[in-house]
Design a protein around this ligand. Structure first.
Ligand code: GH3
Ligand code: MG
Ligand code: MG
Ligand code: MG
Length: 324
């Protein structure tokens, strides 16, 4: 193991013979400003990975910011800049937080190694670097990274699933309930009105009874699309239950909400829903109840109740109408 600090390992072990099992390529960024050392690492790793090498501080930051790396290897013996400082900068990047860092230190440089570990680098290698050890440590970091990525992805999916209605892709009732209190509180604080719409498809049971539940589902999906197309980005649209939908509109008074509701009602009335089976076109209508938040002591429950009363009144007085 009497190799030089740079260019070590070359000729001792042929990198090509050390990789037997093949896993999906890891994307590795090597940060080293001594060309022979960079070339050695690159040749040791490129058999089973995509390796990019950079030799300046700025370029390293830019590349990591661009995402797309599974592992960063930082030499702590560079001439041009301080690898430790780079590690700390990488750790503070949002894009760099989940990328493992492997540092390479000179044998005996305990001070640098301790600083690096303190900073939260994931693993280290000491020079002279042994090819097998390099490959093993890189594999371990890549495996952990893949596992962590998968975990994070799954968490993300289940978080989304928990607040999304599966049939329509709109928010679900749970999400609405969680946010309505905040929105009401915000409307009080900012002294701005908040409008609450509840919509119900007229005689929807007939759709199911005549054409089947799956055609009913298609109608619900199309109705949800029309709701989304008619509300603003700041409005909160959700499927409240079966064929009832709710839209919460911050900073909106009743006349404005009424205009939106009327536009939606007319669109639904005048544009039949295309469905996948006979009769292919279904005419439906909707009824809408509107309520506005009122005063400091108003609650989500009271607001919902008033909107529901308005909806009930719309149904009672003939359906296919908006009542505020
Ligand atoms: P109206 O509202 O005009 O008074 O009449 P309606 O027939 O729409 O009344 P109701 O609210 O009683 O019926 C709603 C129907 O919606 C009953 C139920 O079978 C149907 N439904 C609820 N959830 C779903 C769903 O996810 N898919 C389908 N296809 N139908 C659903
Ligand atoms: Mg209903
Ligand atoms: Mg009903
Ligand atoms: Mg209905």
């Amino acid at each position: 193991r009497m190799r030089e600090a740079t260019g070590q390992g070359m000729g001792l072990v042929d990198p090509a013979t050390t990789f037997s099992e093949s896993i999906s390529a890891g994307r590795i960024l090597m940060i080293e400003d001594r060309p022979d050392s960079a070339a050695w690492f690159s040749s040791a790793l490129r058999k089973e990975n995509d390796v990019a090498c950079v030799d300046t501080f700025e370029e390293a930051l830019v590349r990591v910011r661009g995402g797309d790396f599974d592992l960063v290897i930082v030499s702590l013996g560079m001439r041009g800049f301080d690898g430790l400082r780079l590690c700390s900068q990488l750790r503070s990047l949002p894009e760099g937080r989940h990328v493992p860092i492997l540092v390479v230190v000179s044998d005996g440089d305990r001070r640098k190694l301790n600083q690096a570990l303190e900073m939260g680098v994931n693993d280290y290698l000491t020079r002279p670097v042994d090819t097998n050890e390099l490959v093993a440590r890189v594999r371990t970091q890549l495996r952990k990274k893949r596992y962590a990525d998968r975990l994070r992805h799954n968490v993300q999916l289940s978080l989304e699933a928990a607040i999304t209605d599966q049939l329509t892709g709109l928010h679900n009732r749970r999400y609405m309930a969680r946010h309505l209190d905040n929105l009401i509180e915000q409307s009080h604080r900012t002294a701005k009105p908040l409008a609450f719409l509840i919509m119900d498809i007229d005689y929807f049971k007939k759709v199911n009874d005549s054409y089947g539940h799956d055609i009913g589902d298609e109608v619900l999906q199309e109705f949800a699309r029309r709701i989304s197309a008619n509300v603003r980005g700041c409005d909160l649209a959700c499927r409240y239950g079966g064929e009832e939908f709710v839209v919460v509109m911050p900073d909106t008074d009743v006349p404005f909400a009424y205009a939106i509701a009327e536009r939606l009602r007319k669109t639904v009335e005048s544009t039949p829903v295309m469905v996948s089976r006979d009769p292919h076109k279904l005419g439906i209508t909707i009824s809408i109840g509107i309520a506005q938040s009122a005063g400091k002591n108003d609650t989500a429950e009271a607001l919902l109740h008033r909107a529901d009363q308005a909806l009930y009144s719309a149904k009672r007085t003939g359906r296919n109408r908006v009542v505020a």
